[in-house]
Design a binder for this molecule. Structure first.
Ligand code: BG6
Length: 515
């Protein structure tokens, strides 16, 4: 079966998919780096603990650092102790550590790839692995080209069409800095790998609540009839972060909130929320439908960017009682930086379903709390019966999908206050993952790694989708580039963004939801 069109695990009631992860070696380029320690090595540990890893499996760290297998195992253990969802148990650790190996190497040195190949050929038979390899490129973007080229030249990639072992590559964002560079990265990847071997990570797609968007929409009969311009007034998507730029100033200053969050995570949330009902759960059917939403985004003109896109940067403020510096005072940030740490924008999806429905998006760092949600506000009831007082209209119904934290879903509806008079009061019907299912949901990386081992690309970004979202964003980037010297609005750290963002939504008679 063609890998990119296999059935999707979402359709399975087992929760771990109808496809099985295959025996393989996960080769982590940048294996001694931060992503590996915080996310990847703990994710594999948790998959082992949940007994969903293939029986024959190994991890090979590949990085610049001079480490032995043993010292890499210590590195992995410390990452698990600090970041794992489930605590480390000695029994599980001793199983896991036996599967961890390390090979020192330089990403642009062909000799390193030959050494890696020899090492893999030595380890695979010992671990009963038939030569299947997943290469995880957890490397700075400038190395992607040499990693892809050297992997191919070293003969480490099996052709897609061969009946032998498989090779797959996982690529972390950012895929490019703009449309032009994204196309270059994609061209580079595709010159070494078949598109069906490439798994571009957008970790938001691996979140339980994000996967639940499709189940909620198409696993219930009550939402779909209302899911259109006739019944929906507007939609708000918020991805708010409490953290500042932290230790990532080097990357973030060249990116900013639009590239870092909107181009990928938020446009993917939007696609899932707005896509047409797919006719099957095949990976490419789902991805085609997500892509259609991106194609229907109303193109932005320079003037629209000025009116409908707000960017801002956090300034000094107070956060949980603490004094926190403004972005320009953060370590590694230029004192005159014009990088935005906040974006709010209004967009339209020009198709029959969404004609005329505004979508408001906002995201930022150093906001009062970490909270991500998609809120669907329904049209008000007519001004008859219970809604006759135009000066005090009834609160509209709102369906809010809480992506994180406190994952769940709530529906605000009008109800009668008990008593002799008819008085209307808005109440919330609430479902929370924590109280309903207990325990902690798996981390996004757990699900995504498992899907790659199973060859299921549903939750990954296809080349055309990456380029379509950059194409839409590009007008904003161009407009901002031309107005670089212009004044950048500020918001105090610990507040909900600049007053310009409030004006953006208020000009349409709405306001941002209080989350
Ligand atoms: C990353 C961004 O992709 O997503 C970060 O680069 C951001 O800047 C992070 O903090 C948010 O992810 P999450 O899962 O914590 O919401």
């Amino acid at each position: 079966m063609n890998q990119s069109t296999q059935a999707n695990p979402l359709s399975s009631s087992s929760g771990t998919g109808s496809l099985f992860p295959q025996p393989c070696t996960l080769v982590i380029f940048g294996g001694a780096g931060d992503l590996s320690r915080r996310k990847l090595l703990p994710a594999i540990y948790n998959l082992g603990l949940d007994a969903v890893l293939p029986t024959n499996f190994a991890v090979m760290g590949f990085s610049l650092e001079d480490l032995s297998d043993d010292s890499y195992r210590d590195f992995a253990r410390s990452g698990i102790e600090e970041f794992s969802r489930q605590t480390l148990t000695e029994a599980q650790w001793s199983d896991y550590e036996r599967t961890i190996f390390y090979q020192r190497g330089t990403f642009d040195d062909p000799q390193s790839y030959q050494a890696l190949k020899r090492r893999l050929e030595e380890i695979e038979p010992l671990c009963g692995i038939p030569g299947n390899r997943v290469f995880y490129l957890a490397v700075p973007p400038r190395f992607i080209e040499s990693c892809a080229r050297n992997l191919k030249q070293a003969g480490l990639i099996s052709p897609m069409e061969s009946s032998g072992p498989f090779s797959r590559v996982i690529v972390e964002k950012p895929i490019g800095q703009d449309l032009h560079s994204a196309r270059e990265v994609n061209a580079t990847l595709c010159s070494s790998f078949d598109e069906r071997q490439i798994f571009r990570i957008d970790h938001y797609l691996g979140k339980e609540t994000v996967q639940n968007i499709l189940v909620m929409r198409f696993g219930n009969s009550i939402f779909e009839p209302l899911w259109n311009a006739k019944h929906i007034d507007h939609v708000q998507i918020t991805v708010a972060e409490q953290e500042g730029v932290g230790t990532r100033a080097g990357y973030y200053e060249g990116a900013g909130a639009l590239r870092d969050m909107v181009q990928n995570h938020i446009l993917q949330l939007l696609s899932l929320m707005a896509m047409e009902p797919p006719w099957s759960m095949d990976a490419d059917v789902i991805r085609d439908h997500r892509l259609d939403v991106l194609h229907c985004l109303r193109p932005l003109s320079r003037r629209v960017v000025e009116d409908c896109v707000v960017r801002a940067q956090y300034s000094h403020g107070y956060f949980l009682g603490e004094d926190v510096p403004g972005f320009r005072r953060e370590a590694g940030v230029a004192p005159d930086s014009v990088t935005e740490t906040y974006v709010a924008l209004k967009l339209f999806i020009d198709n029959w379903r969404w004609a005329g429905v505004p979508f408001y998006i906002r995201t930022g760092k150093r906001l009062p709390k970490r909270a991500s949600e998609i809120a669907v506000q329904f049209k008000p009831v007519p001004h008859i019966l219970f809604n006759t007082d135009m000066s005090r209209p009834l609160e509209p119904d709102v369906l809010a999908l809480s992506i994180q934290p406190n994952e769940g879903l709530s529906l605000r509806i009008a109800t009668k206050l008990p008593g002799p008079r008819v008085r209307i009061y808005p109440v919330k019907m609430d479902f929370r993952y924590g109280s309903t299912f207990g325990g902690q949901s798996p981390e996004a990386y757990e699900r995504l790694l498992l899907d790659v081992m199973a060859g299921d690309a549903t939750l990954f970004m296809r080349r055309d989708a990456v380029e379509a979202s950059w194409a839409w964003i590009q007008t904003i980037l161009d407009e901002w580039e031309d107005s670089r010297a212009r004044w950048l609005p500020e918001y105090s750290a610990g507040t909900w963004g600049p007053v310009e963002a409030d004006r953006l939504i208020a000009s349409d008679r709405f306001q941002w939801r209080v989350i």
